[in-house]
Design a protein around this ligand. Structure first.
Ligand SMILES: [Mn+2]
Length: 328
């Protein structure tokens, strides 16, 4: 595991002899994980390969609108053999979850990602922390290979990039990102239809979750930190699914005084999922999450922490507030 990236050509050459290829991304996938997976799988298929696309959670209901969404399945069997394995958008190997326990790891193991904390666990790694989305890396890869960007590939990459940049708003959104988006639109993306599918087609229970978050939000550290918790009882009462949580934290982050926002979710069994966002580069939430064994990006990171929800909340907020006070 070196700190040096393989080139796109090296990765393509390594994949060339492979007849069967597995493409997978991190559990509890987001639009970038699933969009990148489908786009890469479609490209491999166009080369005549036998492609399997897996995610521990399968295809989420809320991303069913992605073209060729059905390609993504939950892992099946054990000791499954593939000639090559491409992991996308996955910073830590064990975030591949049950995908890993279903396979015998092949020698050709490609790891393409944009998380700064990526463990470079592949045999071939391409980690671009400056990229706002793995979807943008996949686009660069396909362009480099001279691949045809079909309307289906374009839509998947557009969703990957749009969702991971908070609809082209986060600071990692560059001129290049807009150029890539423009090329994807030229390749056949219907911006209005996709935007509606991404942002204006939420199940009502998600609004109920937002109502809960707005009722429960707590401010600390002179109003610079906002947080809310979701207990198992809340989940049962609201009927929310794990995928409904995405983006709720942005409503906390949107308050002017807030520098960092945190969401604590009780997973049961003494485990708490923490999701954090920062608005200020000087407050590195990846660093804070790393204290608890997590990781991600400087402005968006997470961790799974053992303990009761109130205890985890207290411990995490203490470390975060120390970090926030450091910028005064
Ligand atoms: Mn991503």
């Amino acid at each position: 595991m070196s700190g040096v990236n393989s080139t796109f050509e090296e990765i393509a050459r390594a994949l060339e002899p492979a007849k069967t290829v597995l493409v997978a991304s991190h559990l509890r996938p987001d639009g970038d994980a699933l969009g990148s997976t489908i786009a890469f799988a479609l490209w491999l298929k166009s080369l005549g390969k036998e492609v399997t696309a897996w995610n521990e959670d399968g295809m989420l209901e809320k991303f069913r609108y992605l073209p060729e969404a059905d390609i993504v399945k939950q892992p099946e069997g054990t000791g499954r053999k593939f000639d090559a394995f491409v992991a996308l958008d996955t910073s830590v190997k064990n975030r591949l979850g049950t995908v890993l326990s279903a396979i015998e790891e092949p020698a050709i193991f490609v790891n393409m990602d944009h998380h700064v904390s990526n463990g470079r666990f592949g045999a071939l790694n391409y980690i671009a922390a400056a990229s706002p989305a793995t979807g943008e890396i996949v686009f660069e890869f396909l362009k480099d290979r001279g691949a045809t960007i079909t309307p289906e590939i374009a839509a998947n990459l557009y969703v990957a990039i749009s969702t991971d940049t908070g609809s082209f708003q986060y600071p990692n959104t560059t001129a290049r990102t807009f150029r890539v988006a423009a090329e994807l639109i030229e390749a056949g993306v219907d911006v209005g239809a996709l935007s509606q599918a991404m942002y204006d087609s939420q199940p009502r229970r998600r609004l109920e979750l937002l109502r809960h978050a707005l009722n429960e939000v707590k401010f600390c550290c002179d109003g610079k930190v906002a947080s809310f918790t979701l207990t198992e009882a809340d989940v049962a009462r609201l009927g929310v699914l794990p995928e409904d949580n995405e983006g709720i934290i942005d409503h906390l982050r949107s308050v002017d005084s807030v520098v960092a926002a945190v969401f604590f979710e009780d997973l049961g069994g003494g485990k708490v999922r923490v999701s954090s966002r920062s608005k200020d580069r000087r407050v590195d939430v990846c660093k804070v999450c790393a204290v608890f064994g997590g990781g991600g990006h400087a402005l968006a990171a997470g961790a799974r922490i053992a303990g009761s929800i109130s205890e985890v909340e207290e411990r995490f907020l203490k470390v975060l507030c120390d970090e926030v006070r450091g910028i005064d």
